[in-house]
Design a protein around this ligand. Sequence first.
Ligand SMILES: Cc1cc2nc3c(=O)[nH]c(=O)nc-3n(C[C@H](O)[C@H](O)[C@H](O)COP(=O)(O)OP(=O)(O)OC[C@H]3O[C@@H](n4cnc5c(N)ncnc54)[C@H](O)[C@@H]3O)c2cc1C
Length: 467
Amino acid sequence: MISYNPVTAEIIAELKQIAGEKNVYTDLDKMHPYSHDEVTEPRYHHMPEVVVLPEDTAQVAAIVRLANRELIPVAPRGAGTGLACGAVPTFGGIVLGLEKMNRILEVDPLNMYMVAQAGVRTEDVQNTALKHGLLYAGDPCSGDSCFIGGNAATNAGGNRAVKYGTTRQQIYEIEVVTPTGNITKLGGRLKKSSTGYCLDQLVIGSEGTLGIITELTIKLVPLPQHVMDLLAVFPDVDSAINFVAVITKSGITPTCVEFMDNVAIRSVEQFINEKLPYYENGHYLIIQVEADNAEKLDEYAAQLDELCTEHGALALLIPNSAQIWKARKSFAEAVRHENLIHSNEDIVVPIDKMPEAMKYMESVCEKYGAAARIVSHAGDGNIHLSILQGSIPAGEWADRLNTILREVFGFVYPLGGKLSGEHGIGYKKKALMQEFTNPVELDLMRAVKRAWDPNHILNPGKVFDLQ
Ligand SMILES: Cc1cc2nc3c(=O)[nH]c(=O)nc-3n(C[C@H](O)[C@H](O)[C@H](O)COP(=O)(O)OP(=O)(O)OC[C@H]3O[C@@H](n4cnc5c(N)ncnc54)[C@H](O)[C@@H]3O)c2cc1C
């Protein structure tokens, strides 16, 4: 059992020396926003003992060295938009927020890369790339609020992952403060490398347990000249999801393929208060395609139209793009509006297993009196299941939810699925991670953590326990 020391007045004084008085909070009101992420259930919230907002990498390293010396836990925090309680300081101690490290340091349009500090908002990375006629391909739905460092720490996905991959595919190099307080660069601005272990990729997606990412060299790609959104409407879930494989086999590489079932469409429609096409009976696939010229896009549209007819679609529409993306991106908020107490899961399965997995999830939720809302990044098999408290009494919710999740994952793992496609494990899914991950894999992860973080001070209690 790990035991940590309390943050004393002397330690706070030292933190103020490192980061400056204005960047150290001990006032409860100021610390409260750092006690939670976007998970609304109070049982997952925990107050820090102190919040520190360093302004450069040297300050981050000095804080981590102090934490090692004094055995104090450190929870790294980006924008706090996480959905797995990864940034919540479950052991108290220090919340180390990256929000003041928010500068874009370099853009090289010819060689197509950008260097940014970890606290730059993802949308600012995207807009800066656009100003230079380039694309930053990462596009999580929370892009207007999350940070690029948080995206790397969680290996965030999003809407364009089908064509461009998740955040780990967008990063050349990271500057990292290790759990013992050393500063190092990992990766490189290289097209290829077979030079030892791929430590950059180990830190990316490690949810702040193996290092604090302070700076990133980000890949940019040519801006697609022509983009078209299409809305394929299907009469049922199976025909919609089965169409994903049909698109892939056709040779068209879509940028995104997003699925919304009819219940989710109705929920969002009420929330945004706008009439959506085929809301009465449709299930959506939102398909985005890109091309160098308009003729090629027309060709794709004609090809998809033919395939839609052949595979039982109700319609293939050219939708009002702004409206249809607003609908898709409002899903999380619509769920929250319906029921503040809910659990967002982002289960990933092989694409062809999605229909049976979704049916099972709905049936389990119904069996235990919860309501299910489903959308998915269908092009990459990532099912976003929101489980709403519904008619379950407050006192029974936690146990009932646990039962639902254990039944769902008991079904999903034999299909080849996993707990999370993009949100991560954090604190919230740790017990399930330990129950469902194969023991050899889990032991290897624990060995890595022990080697990198001998005092176990960096984001303890996240992803898995050491014992
Ligand atoms: C409305 C909404 C829509 C969303 N849509 C998507 C989506 O489409 N795709 C998706 O993948 N996620 C999505 N998310 C989840 C969330 O936005 C992502 O996980 C995002 O990457 C978190 O970034 P953040 O800066 O807010 O990190 P935080 O929430 O602050 O932290 C997340 C984790 O990363 C660690 N961390 C943060 N910064 C650093 C750093 N610099 N160094 C080391 N560790 C760090 C924290 O310790 C924590 O474990 C959504 C969330 C909301 C609320």
